[in-house]
Design a protein around this ligand. Structure first.
Ligand SMILES: Nc1ncnc2c1ncn2[C@@H]1O[C@H](COP(=O)(O)OP(=O)(O)O)[C@@H](O)[C@H]1O
Ligand SMILES: [Mg+2]
Length: 256
């Protein structure tokens, strides 16, 4: 994926300013920055879920060589190729339908109609995200599962078809540490299977652990962008240094 000179406005207010980013097959790029810096807006623009009051003022987003939009109009993207995970997994599910039913519908939508094959895929994917009691999970309504379990299911679904690009907006911030760690490991595994991952987080330790590249965003701009080691060990911007210093485990690493 590549983004060239992307600027997005809400009314008169510019919330994403002249952003350039690129991501290769199997790479993990993390966008870090404080709340309100424009991270979610950037991700929504890529996923095509931009709020209708937002305008893409300049720039283009490409998936492979294909532009994803022309000005405000999004082109249809194969939803197998690009999937999204939300901070609040509740946003991903219909509260009225059992998890298994929703997963089945998702598989049907993408051409898997054989019941036995559906069952096989569901079981395999749920085990990949360390959900063991598969039948219970599939038979549950979303509210019957914890946030961590819901997020695991949403990740299983979103990665069923090995997307080319996975977008994840603070996917671990509402979760307990064990679930966080499992999800991070799952992402690393996916990237080895060639999925490119663009993740937004305000957790510098998560970013440091899994990223190939890190982009630091502030007030709508990418103020620093580079390889993980350069950003973590040799940050140039005072703002980046402050983010790292505010993360105890990282500042210890940096100070030897
Ligand atoms: N629907 C909206 N209408 C108007 N302003 C918005 C809307 N959504 C977000 N904003 C503003 O855009 C800026 C960036 O928000 P956001 O992309 O959510 O940042 P982040 O994800 O980094 O916290 C903020 O100043 C926020 O108030
Ligand atoms: Mg956000």
């Amino acid at each position: 994926m590549s983004i060239e000179n992307l600027s997005i406005y809400y009314g008169e207010k510019c919330v994403v300013q002249h952003v350039d980013l690129s991501l290769k097959k199997g790479e993990i790029l993390t966008v870090v920055g404080e709340s309100g810096s424009g991270k979610s807006t950037l991700l929504s623009a890529i996923s095509g879920l931009l709020n209708s009051t937002a305008t893409i003022e300049t720039g283009t987003i490409y998936l492979e060589e294909t532009p994803l939009h022309e000005n405000k109009t999004m082109y249809r993207v194969n939803r197998k190729d690009m999937t999204m995970i939300f901070q609040n997994p509740g946003a991903f599910f219909n509260p009225m339908k059992k998890i298994g039913k929703q997963y089945e519908q998702y598989l049907c939508l993408h051409g898997v109609i054989d019941k036995q094959e559906q069952k096989h895929i569901q079981k395999m994917m749920l085990e990949k995200v360390h959900l063991c009691d598969v039948d219970r999970v599939l038979n549950a309504y979303p509210f019957e599962l914890s946030g961590g379990m819901q997020q695991r299911v949403s990740i299983a679904m979103a990665t069923t078809f090995k997307p080319k690009l996975l977008l994840a907006d603070e996917p671990t911030s509402a979760l307990d540490v064990t679930t966080q760690a499992d999800i991070v490991k799952h992402f690393i595994q996916l990237s080895k299977e060639e999925t490119a991952i663009l993740m937004v987080t305000h957790n510098m330790s998560v970013a440091s652990y899994l990223s190939d590249k890190i982009a630091v965003m502030k007030d709508g701009r990418i103020i620093e962008y580079g390889n993980r080691d350069d950003i973590i060990y040799r940050p140039k911007e005072a703002y980046t240094k402050a983010l790292i210093e505010a993360t105890p485990s990282l500042s210890e690493v940096e100070n030897g």
